[in-house]
Ligand binder design. Structure first.
Ligand code: OKP
Ligand code: ZN
Length: 316
């Protein structure tokens, strides 16, 4: 398995996120990545490829130039290790800025685009170990630990060579990815996530959100109840996979979050370690060229195991 990775993410280590005006510890830590790398290495599954740098036009195809410039300029004037809670271009207060946030976010986009490029060059499978994650970032807004939407940028890039399906299996609804492709029929967005009635991001993820204009019918949400178990999850994933099959895409992008795990400190599902390999197999059955992009997952003790199990499943 080729893992596209750079340690540039370490430039982004905010001290806090803000919950109702109160600063609380930042859950999206750099140690998440260590957990993944350590376990892949332990299982002899780690083959690192550093990302190549891509021109900014690929980001500008998805995000507003004013927003990109805001991130670049605002972070460039941050002193030392200060963490800043931004006031503009935000959906919520869960995406603070540090002096290295822009550079780390660019590197995450490069990892996603490098994976996408490999897929168009005939590679059937790649894993972009992106940090920060991306699926909550929209055209001109950050939120939920996300700044640039890595999966959306890769999907838009791939869409130049064929139809793309994005399967989002993070615990949280990818409101950014949904927004970005809501009016497009050439990129299908399918997401399994916690019911927005009771979980972040609250503002979207309902089953009635189906797309608009040319995009009508090409946005599919599967909101699931708190305490969802392996059985229900796998059954729902099977429906999602069937929708992707009917769409008949040339490429598949998986927004892979692992905060669906029963021991995740943020998520509220009850998935066990064993289910991730089964999820991987089910998705791989589609037989599509596949780019896996890292999103959430916050149990740093077990995150590596969950990722390794999933990657084992997709490789079988
Ligand atoms: C990012 B990703 C509620 C905390 C919610 C924001 C969660 C962002 C998740 N007390 N914090 O989708 O994993
Ligand atoms: Zn999540």
């Amino acid at each position: 398995m080729i893992t596209i990775y750079t340690d540039a993410h370490k430039k982004h280590q905010p001290d806090f996120e803000t919950y109702d005006g109160i600063q609380v510890p930042y859950a999206e830590t750099a140690s998440r990545v260590d957990s993944i790398l350590d376990e892949l290495r332990r299982r002899d599954m780690l083959e690192i490829m550093p990302p190549k740098h891509f021109p900014r036009l690929h980001i500008e195809a998805v995000h507003q130039v004013g927003y990109i410039e805001f991130l670049r300029q605002r972070t460039s004037i941050i002193d030392g290790d200060t963490t800043v809670s931004p006031s503009y271009f935000m959906t919520d207060t869960y995406a603070p800025l540090t002096s290295g946030t822009y550079e780390a976010s660019i590197a995450a986009v490069d990892a996603a685009l490098t994976g996408a490029h490999m897929i168009t060059n005939g590679q059937s499978l790649a894993y972009s170990l992106c940090r920060p994650p991306g699926h909550h970032a929209s055209h001109h807004s950050l939120g939920g630990y996300c700044y640039f939407n890595n999966a959306a940028i890769a999907a838009n890039y791939l869409s130049q060579s064929g139809k793309v399906a994005i399967l989002d299996i993070d615990y949280h609804h990818g409101n950014g990815t949904q927004d970005i492709f809501y009016g497009r029929g050439d990129v299908l967005y399918v997401s399994l996530h916690a019911n927005p009635n009771e979980s972040y991001p609250y503002i979207s993820g309902y089953a009635g959100e189906k797309g608009t204009g040319e995009g009508k019918g090409f946005n599919i949400n599967y909101p699931l109840a708190l305490n969802t178990t392996d059985r229900t999850y796998l059954r729902t994933l099977e429906s999602a996979v069937n929708k992707i099959k009917s769409f008949n895409p040339a490429y598949l992008i998986v927004s892979a979050g692992f905060d669906t795990y029963n021991l995740d400190p943020i998520g509220g599902f009850r998935l066990t370690q064993g289910v991730y390999r089964q999820c991987g197999k089910l998705i791989a059955n589609l037989g599509l060229p596949m780019l896996i992009i890292q999103e959430g997952g916050y149990n740093t003790d077990d995150l590596g195991i969950l990722v390794a199990e999933f990657l084992t499943g997709v490789s079988q």
